[in-house]
Design a protein around this ligand. Sequence first.
Ligand code: ZN
Length: 344
Amino acid sequence: MKAMLLKAPNAPLTLETVPDPVPGPGEAVAKVHACGAGLTIHHARAGRLKIDYPRILGHEIAGEIVAIGADVTQLKTGDPVTAYFYLTCGDCYWCRINRETLCENFGGYVGRQCDGGYAEYIKLPARNFMKLPPGVDWKRHAAEWSVICDAIATPVKVIRRARVTPHDTVAVFGAGGGLGVHMLMLARFAHARKVIAVDVVASKFEACRKSGADATVDASAGRVAEQLLEFTAGKGVDVAIDFVCSKDTLEAAQRSLGRGGRLVALGGHGQPFEADPRAMLQKELELIGSRYATRQEVLDSLDLVARGEVWPLVTEKAPFTQAEAIHQRLDQGLVTGRAALVMD
Ligand SMILES: [Zn+2]
């Protein structure tokens, strides 16, 4: 099969011919129709994550099952599927209580510890394939259906973790990025009172507004917490969701919180930051980490899209052989929402 290979840390992705994957016991192979390309994957492309080489990147797929190995009963040839990003055991305490992102036997990530979707075919443990809802025209919108398993599922989990209600004002830091835009969408879907997009790239604000932001804060101008406090007439926001997680954004996010405020930290730079314990006490603030999504949250996300409640924002679609060009744009922060690679 043809695949885009990453052969060394921060090397350009190159088109190669590699052996077709063959499913072993408990595994299945899908033909890939589309694969999302986001910053999570770019961190691997850029050599910032420990992986073995050569590697086929990509975990947000839409495709159909073409082969199943022995002992696979939950899938059959022709099933339309997407993928669950994490390799989990399915059997530890955390997997059993539907918090599998905390799996004690965590095996890594699709597209890092095993080959991913930047190829004609992908082989995974059968339990990592998740069926698309029946009756949806996924082939016509393969790019959109591919990204739901992360770009929608991760924000769906945040809405739950942060307990966003119609009484809450929500600020999203890094709102123009692939997860940020969809976070705005889900906050709007959750009927948040006000949704505020915070980003350093003002050219992304139009997309933020279209995705549900009522207001935008240009972080490149500084004074982010002050701007958020002004916007809320001094009360502060109820939920601050930080996809950037630099020291600056985390501290601004915490300072912007009002009484009962919740700060959600996800990925990004992951820099240590200082929180004000007196403010945490007096305002009963909560600091929440949120990691990807559970299988059920992926299924719930697919259902939301099937019902027409939300629709993923894929602004750039390219043939999968153009993966390197898309990653150059990701590297420069030029992609608004998600990009996706589409197979022929
Ligand atoms: Zn587990």
